[in-house]
Write a protein that binds this ligand. Structure first.
Ligand SMILES: [Zn+2]
Length: 278
């Protein structure tokens, strides 16, 4: 099975190369106006075996971020207007982020899920239709919301020839950050990590883009590092993001980016020849 999958992956890579497609995550950085960029991001591989919960807004620990490292996350998309703008802004800073998409929107806009993946971002999940507080529902309904979201987003992600091998990250964020002990245990049993945040941007509130910018900068300065939540469904966020990234870069912040750590046996099935092939 491992051999077959490895050969399929190599064939897919060969097809992509023949077609002249850029490899994932090798899109050139188009440059920030100031000449300073937040990326390329330091990659943090997150071990999800046994779950894990991250983000000091709610939990005891966060990811192991260095001083002045910010990890960007975007919730609730994709959105046909906002997500493309956000993707372009991130590219200008060579910045990779994590998108906690919802299943319903992934079904509506599957190409945007794939486009985020093609540009090197991490694709994670945030339920199917975003009920704001899963605690209020029967456990079976809450679990179905999470699973259906994963299935819809995976289907969107893998729905094109060049993304067939793309993988969802085993990362989940609760809508409204409303977790429950029971659901966290259920996710942990599936080796899915739960992400809260270290600080927010208030971009879900009815405030101006300028206020989103000011509040994000204030929180970043106060915390000094952390996982930040933004929303790729809000035009105020699309407007504020270039200012946020430019100013963070000017102040010496750098970006971090998270991916799921692969199990150690992932490469074990690769045939010797494939590993050493040019
Ligand atoms: Zn949300």
């Amino acid at each position: 099975m491992n051999h077959a999958r490895a050969i399929a992956a190599l064939l897919a890579l060969g097809t992509a190369l023949l077609a002249g497609l850029p490899a994932r995550a090798e899109i050139p950085c188009s440059g920030a106006p100031s000449g300073k960029t937040l990326g390329p991001a330091r990659i943090i591989e997150v071990e999800t075996q046994g779950g894990g919960v991250y983000g000091t807004l709610q939990y005891a620990r966060s990811l192991d971020l260095a001083e002045k490292e910010i990890l960007f996350t975007f919730d609730d998309g994709p959105d046909p207007v906002v997500t493309p703008q956000i993707l372009d802004t991130l590219d200008r800073h060579c910045l990779k982020a994590t998108f906690f998409f919802t299943g319903l929107r992934a079904e509506r806009y599957p190409e945007l899920v794939r486009e985020a993946w093609r540009r090197g971002h991490t694709i994670a999940t945030h339920t199917y239709s975003h009920p704001n507080n899963l605690r209020r529902f029967a456990p079976s309904y809450a679990r179905a919301q999470i699973t259906r979201g994963q299935e819809a987003i995976a289907a969107a992600l893998q729905g094109a020839e060049d993304t067939k091998e793309a993988e969802l990250a085993p990362f989940f964020r609760f809508p409204g950050l409303n977790d429950s002990a029971r659901l966290k245990a259920w996710l942990a049993a599936q080796d899915i990590a739960v992400f809260s945040c270290d600080f927010g941007s208030d971009d879900w509130r009815r405030i101006s883009a300028w206020s989103v910018y000011k509040r994000t900068m204030r929180n970043a300065a106060y915390m000094g590092r952390g996982i930040v939540i933004l929303h790729d469904t809000k035009t105020r966020t699309a407007s504020a993001l270039p200012m946020i990234l430019d100013e963070l870069a000017r102040r010496g912040f750098k970006a971090a980016h998270m991916r799921a750590k692969k199990p150690p046996d992932t490469l074990a099935g690769l045939p010797e020849k494939a590993v050493t092939a040019p």
